[in-house]
Ligand binder design. Structure first.
Ligand code: ADP
Ligand code: MG
Length: 696
C-alpha cells in the first residue's frame, strides 16, 4: 500500500461506498491519513447499566436477553427494540430505521453498547447506541475518533478504514528538520498522524494537535514572510525631511494623543530607508482619516503623489469630500476616480494624475484599472483593507512601478511605494498577526473628545410601536435616524421575515411616517442615485434613511443619533458594531436598537454582547469564537488558507512560536532556496496555490 492506493482496494469498499467516500474528498489511502477527526469519544471506561451516569454517552457491556423485534411506527419510520441486561439491571434498547439489525444481533450474545442512558420512570433505556460484539471489540476501551460523515458511511466503518490505512502505509516523511522539532518540542510526523486519529490519552492527542497546529501556522507564517521579504527588498521613496508638525495647524481640530502617535509613527517610517508598511487600526469614529491626510500631506511636501482606495463608491466619495476639506488649506489638489464617473471626467483625472497636477486621488477599485498612471506615486492608502484581498493590495502597490513622466525618475523594478492601511474592524490579535503579519501596527485606542457610547438595546416586535414613537421624537429634536434592513428583494428561499428594503421604505413613507422625509439607499441603486440619497441625508434634507448595509463602513453624518437594525440576528457582531458606529459621531447622545424575533438562546446571548460593551476588540473576539477565522469577514476575501487544526482563539502561543521559527528560518535563507529547504518551500507555495499571484 502507498499513499496513492485507491480506496476500492480496501476490504468492504465497493462502488457505492467508494462514491460516498469521494463525496468526502477521500479517494486514496493518503487521503484517509489526512482526514482528521472532528472530535473524539472517550470509550475507555466501562460502566454498568445501573451505575452509568445519565449526562454523557458511555460504554456498557450487556447480554441480549431477547430477540430484537421490528415494529413499524408509520410509513418511513420503524424501530427495532430489544431487552438487554447485565448483573445490575435490565434495559430497553431501540434503534430507529435500522431493521437489518434483527439479523446482526442475537439473543444470548454479549455486546458493548456506546450511547447515552436515559431514565424513564424507574427503568433505563438507550436509543441508537453504537455497538460491537463483546468478544472482539475494536473501538471499545480507547478514544474513538469522530469523523465528518456522509450518507452511506458510518463512523465505525470510516475509523476502520483509517486504521487500516495507517497500519498499511509506509511511515510518512518528516518535513520538519530534527533539530527544529527538538527546539520547538514537536512530536514526529508519523507519531502525530497515528495520535490525531487514535490517541492513547489526552496528552498524546495534545502533542499531535500541537504539532499540526504549529506546522500549519509555520507554513502560513513562512508564506507571509516570503511576501514581506519580496516587498522589503524593493527600494522605495525616502523622505528624510518628513515632519507632520506643519500640518497640525491646518486641521480644524487638534488630534487626539492616539492619532498624533499614529502620525508620528508613520512619519518615522517615511523618513526611514525602507518603504513604510503600516496598519492603522482604530475603532469606528476614532479618526483614521486625519492620519491618512497627514501622511498624504507629508508625501506632498516631499514632492510625491498619494492615492487612497476605498471599498465602495459611497466611501470613496465621502473620503474625497473630507480629504478635500482637510487638504485644500494646504494647497493640495485632490481628485476622485470611480467606476461610475463619465468617461470625460475620468480622462481628465487620469491626465492630471499623469501630469502630476493632482496630488492625491481617492477612488475605488477603478484605481487598479489599466490606464491609471501616476507621475510619481509615493504613498498608497487603503481603507477598510480587509475588504480587499491581499492580491489587490499588491496590485495597487504595483501602480507605483508604472513609469511616469520619462523626464522624471523611472522607478526601478521592485520599487515599492509607502503603504498605509486603515482598518476600522478591530481584528482579534491572533488574526491580525496572520493577516497583517507583514505590517507594522499603530492602534488608535482613543475617541475624539465628547463622544458618548451608543446606548444599545435588543427588542422584539412587541415594542415596534414604541420604537416608532422614539424615532419620531428624535426627529422632532432635530436629529436623523438610520433604519437598516437586510435585503433588497425578497429572499428567493422564501425568507418572508426579511424586511425587503423597498417594501419597508414604502411602509415607513406611506403608513408610519407620512409627515417625515424618508430617503432610501441600497446596493441595487445606480451609483448616482446612491450618492444623491446619501448626500441628501448628510445635508439634513431627509430625516430618515432606510438602507441596507451599504452604510456599513465609514459613512459620517454627525447629526444622526439613532440607528435601528431590523433582523439583527442576520449579521455578525462585528458588522453590527460597524453599523452602530454610524451614530454617536457628533455631540448628541446616540442609540442603537437591534430588532430580533429570534428566540434561540445562542442568538440572544450573541446579540447581548453588543448591548453590554462598545469595546470593538471584545466584540471581534466573540465573533471569532462564534464564527471562526474563515468566516470572520463574512467571506474569504482575506485569502488566508483554511486552518485544519490550529485554532486562532486558543493557539496564540503556538502562533507566536511558529512566527518566530519562520522568521529565524527566513533570516538564514530569505527565499528558501537552499536545497534542504526545498520541501518546505514547495509546501508553502502549495498552501497558497489557489492564489498563484500571491508570490508574484
Ligand atoms: P474613522 O476612524 O471611523 O474613519 P473618521 O476619520 O471618519 O473616523 O473620523 C470620524 C469623525 O471624527 C469625523 O467627523 C472627523 O472629522 C472627526 N474627528 C477626527 N479626529 C478628530 C479629533 N481629533 N477631534 C475632533 N473630531 C475629530
Ligand atoms: Mg473611516
Amino acid at each position: 500500500m502507498d499513499v496513492s492506493t485507491p480506496l476500492r482496494d480496501f476490504p468492504g469498499v465497493g462502488e457505492a461506498r467508494a462514491k460516498a467516500l469521494a463525496r468526502l474528498g477521500l479517494h486514496t489511502a493518503g487521503d484517509l491519513a489526512g482526514y482528521f477527526p472532528r472530535s473524539y469519544e472517550d470509550r475507555r471506561e466501562r460502566y454498568t447499566i445501573a451505575g452509568a451516569p445519565l449526562d454523557r454517552p458511555v460504554c456498557i457491556e450487556v447480554l441480549l436477553t431477547e430477540e430484537p423485534r421490528l415494529m413499524n411506527i408509520r410509513r418511513g419510520l420503524d424501530v427495532t427494540r430489544m431487552k438487554v441486561a447485565d448483573h445490575t439491571a435490565a434495559m430497553l434498547v431501540s434503534f430507529f430505521n435500522q431493521g437489518y439489525l434483527r439479523q446482526a444481533l442475537h439473543r444470548g450474545e454479549a455486546y458493548i453498547l456506546y450511547g447515552k442512558v436515559e431514565q424513564m420512570g424507574n427503568h433505563r433505556q438507550m436509543t441508537n447506541p453504537h455497538f460491537e460484539p463483546a468478544g472482539r471489540p475494536r473501538f471499545t476501551g480507547r478514544i474513538m475518533p469522530v469523523y465528518p460523515l456522509t450518507a452511506g458511511i458510518t463512523n465505525h466503518f470510516l475509523a476502520g478504514l483509517v486504521e487500516e490505512a495507517l497500519a498499511g502505509l509506509p511511515p510518512v516523511a518528516e518535513p520538519l528538520p530534527e533539530d527544529f522539532r527538538a527546539r520547538y518540542h514537536l512530536a514526529g510526523a508519523a507519531e502525530s498522524y497515528r495520535a490525531i486519529h487514535f490517541p492513547r490519552s489526552e496528552e498524546d492527542l495534545d502533542a499531535a494537535r500541537q504539532r499540526f497546529a504549529f506546522e500549519e501556522l509555520f507554513y502560513l507564517s513562512l508564506g507571509l514572510g516570503l511576501l514581506r521579504e519580496r516587498r522589503s527588498r524593493g527600494a522605495g521613496p525616502v523622505w528624510p525631511e518628513a515632519d507632520p508638525a506643519g500640518f497640525y495647524g491646518l486641521l480644524p481640530f487638534s488630534l487626539t494623543a492616539a492619532q498624533r502617535r499614529a502620525v508620528e509613527e508613520a512619519a518615522a517610517d517615511l523618513r526611514a530607508p525602507r518603504p513604510m508598511n503600516r496598519l492603522v487600526q482604530g475603532d469606528v469614529g476614532s479618526g483614521k482619516t486625519a492620519v491618512a491626510a497627514a501622511c498624504a500631506w507629508m508625501a506632498h511636501q516631499a514632492g510625491w503623489q498619494s492615492a487612497m482606495m476605498a471599498p465602495t463608491e459611497l466611501l470613496a466619495q465621502q473620503h474625497f469630500r473630507t480629504l478635500t476639506a482637510l487638504l485644500e488649506p494646504a494647497h493640495m489638489a485632490v481628485g476622485l476616480l470611480t467606476g461610475s464617473m463619465r468617461a470625460a471626467e475620468k480622462r481628465e483625472v487620469l491626465a492630471a494624475l499623469r501630469s502630476g497636477d493632482l496630488h492625491l486621488v481617492v477612488g475605488t477599485h477603478a484605481l487598479l484599472s489599466q490606464g491609471v498612471e501616476f507621475r510619481r506615486l509615493g504613498l498608497v492608502i487603503t481603507d477598510e483593507q480587509h475588504r480587499f484581498g491581499v492580491e489587490q493590495r499588491a496590485a495597487f502597490a504595483a501602480k507605483a512601478n508604472t513609469p511616469g513622466d520619462p523626464l522624471d525618475i523611472t522607478p526601478e523594478e521592485g520599487f515599492s511605494p509607502n503603504v498605509l492601511v486603515m482598518s476600522a474592524t478591530p481584528i482579534p490579535r491572533t488574526l491580525a498577526l496572520l493577516l497583517y503579519g507583514d505590517l507594522d501596527v499603530s492602534i488608535i485606542d482613543e475617541l475624539p473628545p465628547g463622544r458618548q457610547p451608543v446606548k444599545t438595546f435588543l427588542i422584539g416586535e412587541s415594542k415596534r410601536q414604541r420604537l416608532y414613537g422614539f424615532v419620531r421624537a428624535q426627529v422632532q429634536e432635530g436629529r436623523q435616524v438610520y433604519l437598516v434592513c437586510p435585503a433588497v428583494e425578497e429572499n428567493p428561499e422564501g425568507a418572508w421575515d426579511l424586511k425587503a428594503v423597498n417594501e419597508y421604505a414604502r411602509v415607513l413613507r406611506e403608513e408610519v411616517f407620512p409627515d417625515l422625509r424618508v430617503g432610501l439607499v441600497h446596493g441595487k441603486l445606480k451609483p448616482r442615485e446612491k450618492e444623491a440619497a446619501m448626500a441628501a441625508f448628510a445635508a439634513g434634507e431627509t430625516d430618515l434613511l432606510v438602507s441596507t448595509t451599504v452604510i456599513e463602513v465609514g459613512v459620517d453624518v454627525p447629526n444622526a443619533s439613532l440607528i435601528v437594525i431590523e433582523n439583527a440576528d442576520r449579521y455578525g457582531l462585528s458588522q453590527l458594531h460597524q453599523l452602530r458606529g454610524r451614530v454617536g459621531r457628533g455631540e448628541h447622545p446616540a442609540w442603537c436598537i437591534l430588532i430580533s424575533e429570534n428566540r434561540s438562546p445562542d442568538t440572544r446571548a450573541r446579540l447581548k454582547v453588543l448591548t453590554e460593551t462598545s469595546d470593538g476588540f471584545r466584540i471581534a473576539e466573540e465573533d471569532l469564537k462564534l464564527r471562526g477565522p474563515g468566516d470572520f469577514f463574512g467571506d474569504r476575501q482575506h485569502g488566508l488558507p483554511a486552518l485544519r487544526v490550529a485554532d486562532l482563539n486558543t493557539d496564540t502561543r503556538v502562533l507566536k512560536e511558529a512566527q518566530s521559527a519562520a522568521a529565524a528560518l527566513l533570516a538564514a535563507d530569505p527565499d528558501l532556496s537552499r536545497p534542504e529547504h526545498a520541501p518546505l518551500g514547495d509546501r508553502v507555495r502549495r498552501l497558497f496555490d489557489q492564489d498563484p499571484d500571491r508570490f508574484n
